[in-house]
Design a protein around this ligand. Structure first.
Ligand code: 1PR
Length: 535
């Protein structure tokens, strides 16, 4: 019947479920949105991709009778797939801003990861599963990694053991998925887990399909180090949105015309990198600091098109701040971010505005709660907020010469200087600010950043390797994940940064755009070096 090709989606409008929709459509189904509790009761298959905070989600479900409908749907053993918060809400309660009561279908409490034992929180990235029982939808997963992004998790116990179908190791051995009959829920994001993720969704949507041979199991391993492809995007002088790439942030060709360097089209390159095995794709709208991004409809269009068939996490940055347009209409940074999320971004990245927020926080010692960083992380969760740091190395003869954190450099400066500090910049490196990368990183962690994208202007585009001194300094200073960026020139540079620092991911642009070092060869090299990666 017609209903056979329809998936009912419970979306209460709290974040990016565009990728879930795209993945369902990609697999040949239409999506019907839940409007009333009856839509839940009448569903053939219900997908519940919970996003945002636990309490806010329960509020919405309780207010309009959805909670009751959900419980009755699940108790009747109707086909259900909960994703991320859609798993957590099935438990009795959560400690997130709580305790907050959940739907109470599964015994157990959802608690926060403990970051005191060296595991960074949020748990962001690709991790392997320990399959505990026949879980049907996980039959193709085997030793492949799936993508997680969360700070809270439920733990297996005697009371819930009939539910737990797989677990994952990250400090704790937490619940990665549950299954009872036709009811499934997963803590990770199948819609962001590449081909493996699509196979999970396919098995849920086509439960009667021929079973392939079960993959061999292997014991769950560590969180994989991520390899990220970055696309610096801006309009060229003709007004088209293009991928560009700078040398130390200078993106103009040194010709008579002085034109913007062009290395490809954003949507095409993003698709290519997804196929090549990139663990994430980042778009940085590098002129966002002066051109308002909501006026920049092409960027939103790039996100929409990309998310149609790129099933790994997408980050977008550039121009996230409050803005008043020429007509005096005010836009908040939260509106800008919301629009990016609606168009398919999983994370947004803040550069300049985070520097101003950190400066104010350090000056006043109070969290105003009003910065874009604080507002966006309050609404969407800190796992959705990346802070991009653009520091420049400043050599010093004497470490007492500045009031910022200094380091002894591995390679002395041009005049034999043995020390340096890393000065933060805004507006794409155009203006230096009175704050160091170290001070900024610690401040933005407190203000709610979930991850740090650590660039280095001196190394950008130079292909001489990452700035190990800087990355070590910052990744040891914070307990959120740090993405190393700027300077990759070979596969060996990736193993070096993972061996010598606590970076969780490494990002490159130029070598991928110029096809000098394929993503696959970076992964293979890391694997040969004994570094956990997603293959
Ligand atoms: O300040 O919130 O509007 O955000 C602006 C964003 O744009 C920031 O994230 C900032 O890093 C970025 N940006 C601004 N100007 C430039 C530029 O290049 N002129 N690009 C720029 C940042 C650095 C990386 C680059 C790595 C790896 N580019 O994105 O991809 O350095 O490059 P490599 O592998 O080729 O060495 P806001």
């Amino acid at each position: 019947s017609a209903g056979d090709s329809v998936v009912t989606l419970l979306d209460y409008g709290a974040g990016n479920v565009r990728s879930v929709r795209n993945a369902i459509r990609h697999l040949g189904f239409d999506v019907k949105d839940v409007q009333t509790p009856e839509d839940i009761l009448n569903a053939n298959r219900l997908v519940f991709p919970g996003v945002g905070a636990f309490a806010a989600a329960m509020d919405v479900l309780n207010k309009n009778g959805m909670a009751e409908a959900l419980c009755s749907y699940i108790e009747k053993d109707r086909p259900f797939l909960g994703i991320c918060l859609g798993l957590q809400l099935l438990f009795e309660s959560s400690e997130e801003k709580g305790p907050v009561k959940g739907l109470g279908l599964i015994p157990g409490v959802v608690g926060r990861f403990d970051s005191s034992n060296g595991f960074r929180v949020p748990h962001i990235g690709w991790n392997a599963l320990q399959i505990r029982k026949d879980s049907l939808i996980l039959d193709d997963v085997g030793s492949n990694h799936v993508y997680f992004v969360h700070s809270y998790r439920a733990m297996p116990s005697d009371e819930n053991k009939e539910w737990v179908s797989s677990s994952c190791n990250y400090g704790d051995n937490f619940i990665a998925s549950v299954r009872r009959g036709n009811v499934h829920a997963v803590q990770f994001h199948p819609e962001k887990s590449g081909d493996v993720g699509l196979s999970i969704l396919r098995r849920f949507l086509y439960p009667k399909a021929q079973l392939t041979k079960k993959p061999t199991e292997r014991k769950a391993l560590k969180l994989a180090k991520r390899v990220i492809a970055c696309l610096d995007v801006r309009t060229n002088d003709k007004g088209d949105l293009v991928v560009t790439k700078g040398d130390q942030y200078d993106v103009r060709e040194h010709t008579k015309e002085n034109e913007v360097r062009e290395l490809g089209k954003p949507v095409e390159l993003a698709r290519q990198y997804y196929k090549d095995g990139a663990d994430e794709v980042s778009f940085l709208n590098i002129t966002g600091f002066r051109d308002f991004p909501l006026g920049d409809l092409p960027m939103l269009q790039v996100l929409r098109y990309t998310s149609e068939n790129v099933f790994v996490p997408l980050t977008v940055g550039g121009g996230i701040r409050d803005f008043t347009d020429a007509n005096g209409r005010k836009y908040s940074s939260l509106e800008v971010a919301s629009e990016y999320f609606r168009c398919g971004a999983d994370k947004i990245s803040i550069g300049s505005d985070a520097v101003y927020a950190a400066e104010e926080y350090l000056r006043t010692g109070v969290k105003s709660g009003n910065s874009s960083l604080e507002q966006i992380s309050r609404v969407y969760g800190n796992q959705a907020v990346v802070v991009s740091i653009d520091p420049r190395r400043v050599y010093l003869k004497n470490p007492e010469d500045v009031g910022f954190k200094t380091i002894r450099v591995t390679n002395p400066g041009p005049n034999g200087e043995e020390f340096a500090w890393y000065q933060c910049t805004v507006s794409g490196g155009r203006e230096g600010r009175p704050i160091g990368a170290y001070e900024l990183a610690k401040a933005v962690e407190e203000l709610g950043a979930g991850e740090i994208l650590l660039n280095c202007i001196d190394c950008d585009g130079q292909k001489k390797g990452f700035d190990i001194d800087l990355i070590k300094l910052i990744s040891d200073a914070v307990s959120i994940p740090v993405i190393a960026s700027s300077g990759a020139g070979s596969a060996e540079h990736f193993s070096e940064v993972f061996r010598k620092t606590n970076a969780s991911a490494a990002l490159a642009a130029g070598i991928f755009h110029r096809k000098e070092v394929p993503i696959q060869s970076v992964k293979e090299h890391l694997l040969n070096e004994g570094i956990e990666v997603r293959i």
